[in-house]
Every structure is written in structure tokens, then in C-alpha cells.
Design a protein around this ligand. Structure first.
Ligand SMILES: *[C@@H]1O[C@H](CO)[C@@H](O)[C@H](O)[C@H]1NC(C)=O
Ligand SMILES: *[C@@H]1O[C@H](CO)[C@@H](O)[C@H](O)[C@H]1NC(C)=O
Length: 299
């Protein structure tokens, strides 16, 4: 899975040596354990929700699901916060505790071992490629992991509960400056706005696309949502709502032509639109999209 050079560089050679070929052959002969082993990627951009799924969880699912839990995960540099965050998913994929190979001094023996994970593309599964799963299968897997009962928005649900809205907040950049006011507005429209992520069935995804970020951002959540058969709405932040307003001369290319900045390459584009932009949502515009979402979950 070396499609991302920053990601692969952050993955040390020393751990790979620890699982060296010689050791593997000896282990093969001595095999006393019959687990298939998987060396798991928990580095790179881990901690970022998008990357957690695209770099680790989806590839892990693609690589290990077929073993029905009879697989042991070996991890280099086990990070507690990460493992605990995704414990339900990891527990569903493996019946065993994760082994931290950096802390392991014994020679471990396995009959079979897979080093690295299988990945198809960013936040997506190609059903034409082995193991021939789909994003819908992945969604089903998540639903069963979290014991979500609801297949779709049914009349029953409509009558008994207010629809819930979850804001996935960002902290360092591209965050919503008036997030508290936005959640208050959502509440006044009839949503329950909650923090807990567990046991929420996502039915509608609203992507807020910062000014100029469309060329880059759009496919990242639109395609996965469609693949999972979720409703997808998007809200394009206007220049008025962006912290970029006032940073550049009024006739700047940054405002006029994001496409031209995009063509200057990712580093430039990233530093202009992605790394240094926050948004203050315009209520009268954002309200429209929330109303639309609200209508979609009504009976
Ligand atoms: C931007 O703000 C100006 C002045 O407040 C306003 O006239 C204009 O309609 C706004 N544009 C958008 C797209 O909201
Ligand atoms: C907010 O959006 C409305 C509707 O598009 C627009 O008329 C208004 O000018 C915007 N407000 C600001 C401060 O940009």
C-alpha cells in the first residue's frame, strides 16, 4: 500500500527487519500457532478520522475480514488512544489481543503471515478487485459491529425520535468558528445535536467544503457516502464566510481562480486553502441545507 509516500516513509525499516525473512522460514518450520498474522499500519496520519478509515480500517477490513476473527494483529508502535478508539471494529475483525512487536522479545511463530494491508483506492472499495467486497458490505460490517438496527429512516423512528445531528469538529484548521451557534440553530430546527459517536446510524452526510477546496475535497466524502448508499449533501462556503477574505488583495487569483492555484501543485494549494482557512457559516445559507436534511428524515 505504498500509494502515499509520506505515509510509507513514516513506517520504519527496523520493524520490517524484526520480521525478517530468515526468521519467517524458521518460524514456518517450527510453527506451533495457526493464526494468520497481519502487520498493521497504525502510523502515518493516524488520529485523523478520514485517514483512520482510508489508511487503516478499510484496508484492514479488506485484508482480514475473510479470516472471521482467526487472525492475530501484530502492530509496530501500538498507540493506546488509537486502539481504544476503534476497539469495537478491531475486536470484530480479530478474536485475539493485538501484539505490540516493539515490546516483544520472543521469536513468534506463525504458520502464515501477511505483511502489509490490501487497499484499493482512497476511502473506497472496488468490488471488482479481490476480495470482492463493496462499500455497502463495509457499511453492513460497521452496522453489525455497533449493533445498529435501523436499515433506513422508517416511520417508526420518525415518530419516536428527533433526528440526531453529529458535527465532526476539526481543531487545527478548516474548523467552524461559530460551531456552537450552528448547533444551537440545528436544535431550534428540531435536531438533537449530540457528541457521542457510538450507535448513531449515519443516513445523511453533509460535507462543508471550504472556499476553493472543492477541487480537492469533493470526492473525499461524496464518493464514499454514495458507495455506502448514504444521502449526500454539500455546502460550499462562500468567500464571505471564509477567513481567507481580507488576506489577499481583492483581485487575487486566490479568490478569482482556485483552479489556477490547484494547478500550481499540492503544496501551494494546501497552504492556501486547506491549512490556513477557517469558516464562519452564514446562518441564512446554512439553514437551507439543514432544512433540506431535516425534510429528508421526515416521514
Ligand atoms: C457577501 O457579503 C456582501 C456584503 O455583506 C453581500 O452583499 C453579498 O451578498 C454576500 N455574498 C454572499 C455570496 O453571501
Ligand atoms: C448570507 O447569505 C445570504 C443569502 O445568500 C446573503 O444575502 C447575505 O448577504 C449573507 N451574509 C453575509 C454576511 O455574507
Amino acid at each position: 500500500m505504498a500509494y502515499d509516500s509520506i505515509f510509507s516513509k513514516s513506517f520504519g525499516q527496523s520493524e520490517l527487519k524484526k520480521l525478517g525473512f530468515g526468521a519467517l522460514i524458521i518460524c514456518f518450520i517450527m510453527a506451533s500457532s495457526f493464526h494468520t498474522v497481519l502487520k498493521q499500519h497504525v502510523r502515518g496520519y493516524c488520529g485523523n478520522q478520514f485517514h483512520d478509515f482510508t489508511d487503516v480500517l478499510i484496508p484492514l477490513y479488506l485484508t482480514s475480514r475473510r479470516f472471521h476473527g482467526e487472525v492475530l494483529f501484530l502492530v509496530a508502535d501500538k498507540r493506546f488512544f488509537w486502539i481504544s478508539k476503534y476497539k469495537p471494529i478491531l475486536d470484530k475483525l480479530s478474536n485475539y489481543d493485538i501484539v505490540d512487536i516493539n515490546k516483544e522479545n520472543n521469536v513468534l511463530c506463525f504458520k502464515r503471515m501477511i505483511v502489509g494491508l490490501r487497499a484499493h483506492k482512497e476511502f473506497a472499495i472496488d468490488p471488482l478487485e479481490p476480495p470482492h467486497y463493496s462499500m455497502e458490505d463495509f457499511r453492513q460490517f460497521l452496522r453489525s459491529t455497533f449493533s445498529l438496527e435501523r436499515e433506513s429512516v422508517t416511520n417508526h423512528v420518525c415518530r419516536t425520535r428527533r433526528p440526531r445531528m453529529l458535527i465532526i469538529s476539526r481543531r487545527k484548521n478548516r474548523f467552524i468558528k461559530n460551531e456552537i451557534e450552528v448547533s444551537n440553530m440545528a436544535r431550534s430546527l428540531g435536531f438533537d445535536v449530540g457528541g457521542g459517536r457510538n450507535r448513531v446510524e449515519y443516513i445523511i452526510v453533509i460535507q462543508i467544503i471550504p472556499f476553493g477546496a472543492e477541487l480537492w475535497a469533493k470526492p473525499y466524502f461524496q464518493l464514499p457516502a454514495k458507495g455506502m448508499k448514504l444521502r449526500y449533501l454539500e455546502y460550499k462556503v462562500s468567500l464571505n464566510e471564509s477567513s481567507l477574505l481580507g488576506k489577499y488583495p481583492l483581485d487575487s487569483q486566490v479568490y478569482r481562480d482556485p483552479g489556477a492555484i490547484y494547478n500550481k501543485g499540492f503544496i501551494v494549494y494546501h497552504s492556501v486553502y486547506l491549512n490556513n482557512q477557517d469558516v464562519t457559516l452564514n446562518f441564512s445559507r446554512f439553514r437551507e441545507i439543514l432544512l433540506k436534511a431535516f425534510q429528508l428524515v421526515q416521514c
